[in-house]
Design a protein around this ligand. Sequence first.
Ligand code: HEM
Length: 397
Amino acid sequence: MSDTLVTPIPAYPFGNDGPEPRLPDFGQEGVGRVRLPTGQEAWLFTRHEHLRELLRSPDFSSDFSRPGFPQIRPMPKEAPQRDGSFIRMDPPEHTRFRRMLTPEFMIKHIRTLEPLIRQTVLGALESLRAAGKPADLVEHFAMPVPSMVICHLLGVPYADHEFFQQRSRVLLAWASTPEQVQTVIEELREYLVRLIAEKRRNPGDDMISRLAAERVETGEMTERELVGLSVLLLVAGHETTANMIGLSTLVMLQHPAQLERLRQDPALIDDTVEELLRYLTIVRTGLTRVAVRDTTVGGHRVGAGEGVIGLLSAANRDEDVFTDAERFDLARGSHQHMAFGFGIHQCIGQPLARAELRIALQELFNGLPELALAVDPSTVEFRDAVVFGVRRLEVTW
Ligand code: HEM
């Protein structure tokens, strides 16, 4: 009797311990089943063209309260207060919020912030120098830059950054229990309720004051929605760009010939940022959705109520789109990458993230021409959370 070969369903997420993501081998089709820590199963799509189709299809929902939604970690039984958190909404609700925020994140508005971003970067560089070498680049540079910028943009006092950095971290860590997630969401909301009340009394020149005056006062948005929206922006604006700055520095230092190329031709900075976004794809868990009706993706049938995950890191290494995709090549012109997602939920903060990354990397490599890792790269510890990053990065110069 021949053995029946039953391929076990791989456990997901796969875990990450370096700049190169771990990817499944689903053959040419690029789709397979995975088992989530909650015991649920979901479809995992990995091909670039399939992700484009999936992420722009109205047949899938981002609302995680829908039955069948793939939960990558157990969520609180009582759904936390989610008003305003439009990343988890579908149209027309999603469209309503997205429209109200679009002017704030338009490239032309972000350009006006560039002097402030540069000043913030230069200040952080000074604090890195002042820490004395070797120093932790994450603590002195990668974290403070996006944190100060998002605080300025929203009108949140930077003096409170430890409070929300700690809570963002709990929110994004795999190990957090549903109760811990619930508690930090409530704490962040309480903090913002107080801040918004204060801003309604004494408005400043910042996004929360503007949204309160132009949207809450007019009845377009409730105060509770503004609270949820502000929590989303505060968390999304912190961890993502900070992790990109830390990991990008590591990758550039590990590819000295490419770093030299950038130094010789500074105009390559925009392409460098795009290639780093592609190569690192820090939203390693991919994007979760649930089918709201029977449908197909790339000709593959997905039933109503089935969960799907679009693995951005795999799409960004699809050989049909990126030749020699494993190779880090800052001049490849990787503009089709999906590090910011695709479709209606594509990252609204991308102009800001790009400006921060460009200015941070320019000033870091110009200001510290001798910058080098102070430790063996094999000892660098990674933070394998919802958003991937380095825990610490000891550097010298
Ligand atoms: C390098 C940094 C960043 C990366 C890689 C990144 C990645 C992403 C991705 C993949 C999505 C799509 C989520 C989905 O479809 O379910 C997203 C959405 C979002 N991002 Fe970012 N992000 C970054 C920086 C930022 C910043 C700086 C902000 C805000 C200040 C921000 C705010 C948001 C918001 C509000 C959404 C939800 C948009 C919507 O649902 O319409 N992100 N981001």
